[in-house]
Design a protein around this ligand. Sequence first.
Ligand code: ADP
Length: 604
Amino acid sequence: EIIEDIDARRQSEERLRLLLRASELLARSLDYDQTLGEVARLVVPAVADWCFFDLVDDESAYRRVAAANADPSNAGLAARFRRGYGPLPEARHGISHVARSGRPELVVEVDDELLLSLARDEEQLAGMRALGLASFLSVPLIARGRTIGVLTLATAESGRRLSAADLPFAEDLGRRAAAAIDNARLTIESQRHVDRLNALLEVSRQVAEAELDPRQTLRVVAEQASRRIGDGCTIRLLDEEGTALETWASFHVDPAVRLRLQQATSRPLSPVGGLHGPVVQGGHALLTPVLQREHFAAVDNDYQAYAEFAGLHSLLIVPLRGRERVIGTLALTRERTRAPYDVEDQMLAQELADRAALAVDNARLYQAAQAAVTVREEFLSIAAHELKTPLTTVKGYAQMLRRQLDRGEPQSQVLEHSADSLLRQLARLENLVTDLLDVSRIQQGQLAFRPERCDLSEIAAQVLAHFEQAPELGADHQLTLDAPAAVAGTWDPARLDQVLTNLISNALKYSPNGGEVLVRVRPRGTGAEVSVRDQGLGIAPEQQPRLFQPFARLPAAILRDGEGVSGSGLGLYICRQIVERHGGTIVVESAPGVGSTFTVRLPR
Ligand code: ADP
């Protein structure tokens, strides 16, 4: 009895030493796969013939990270047990059962019936029989209330049996291992977070330094993405029409590969199909941890050659998400020597892409705003000039009147002429100011727009009626309406009146020799169409694109000014804005000396 007592005390002292040694090993490194192996080797053969750690990596699989046994001739067998495998949800014994229940299991005497219930296939059964499994003890590894794995001690060839007396040791070892694994995982995770934050801070800083220069911004992001996530990075943006993905920046960590990557990605890609298409169209990332041959089917030859040269292995493409839509892609590739991309990489890549997209969007908005300011300034300077001309004339006539009156005996003829001229110039000024006000409202998006059910033929008839008394309508002019039926739609009738008035007024103004002005109204497809055709001066093809710009007055029109026909050069610009506000289009067809036809198409 005394000897037993001494044995027991010696054993418990030895186990305490083992536990202390195990803690030391576990504290040494964050690479717990490695340290668990060392711990397993510590326990065998002192406590058991076998020792396994099975870790629950995710819900659906265990990973056996350490297996050790006393007899090296069993190494082949050990390797067979080391493979990953899924849990057996219905198991009533063994690792799956312990992981699920969170309670230890001791089997002092393993019989064949139990082996049958443990094995998931013939091969495993044969393995366990060959092993001569005699007894086993499994304890759950529990960290912060969650079972993260199972520690199993087993005996076989030694003939020993594990007993309830071994349970406290196994549980103690399990607790220490679980705490170490959990600690390592948390440390690794928080290190990754720190790395990620650093990457984002660095990118934000460099993007701020790039100061709204989109190319510089994208270069910075490509370099950071390739340095932090690896290995090669290419950023592409959709062109203005959205028909091609153009490369804006590419970078590779290895300077020897960098140039090859730049060459291989210099050509634009299609935003539909291929590897990038779904990312652009769907706005979701494409994560391909391991590239297969079929992934290269849609890729051009240059890139295929590059893939071979660099040894591409893993691919990650994330969308550049702009304010309203996907504006491009950020693609990363890793080479064979490195681990495949995972979801963490995808998250970081997406964060970088979001920063890039925001910077590009801001730069574009800024450029657009800048351009709008320039347009406004130009507009103002022309408008001031346009206002100045009639004002000078008005001033001239007013001075003439003054002089006449100063003479004491004014000539009534001169007075009459001056007064008429004054009124004419004032009317011109008034028109110009009215047009300018319209343009100003349009530019601020404040042009009143009140759509209602109306009939285009009726509007045209009303406009024509007004022209019967108009000064533009000369004796040689013939104004005709061809509108055989009602063409109803939802439009702003006052605005369409404005458009037609302008077009007809132009047709009359710019056909000094008279002729027919024909206004035609027709349904067209699902929409409506109204055209105004004249037989006047016509417009040379090279001048036609300018017509709808503000202050686009052609030489012929300026010439007519002298003949008492005036214009602001804003009419067609306003017409186009109104038509486009309706979702329609306005086009001109014209030849010098033959005449012009302006056609407005409107959805109904
Ligand atoms: P304006 O007030 O000068 O008529 P618009 O914007 O209406 O300004 O037209 C711009 C210019 O387009 C005119 O100055 C004229 O040179 C040309 N134009 C417009 N309509 C016609 C037409 N029917 N025939 C020939 N030239 C035209």
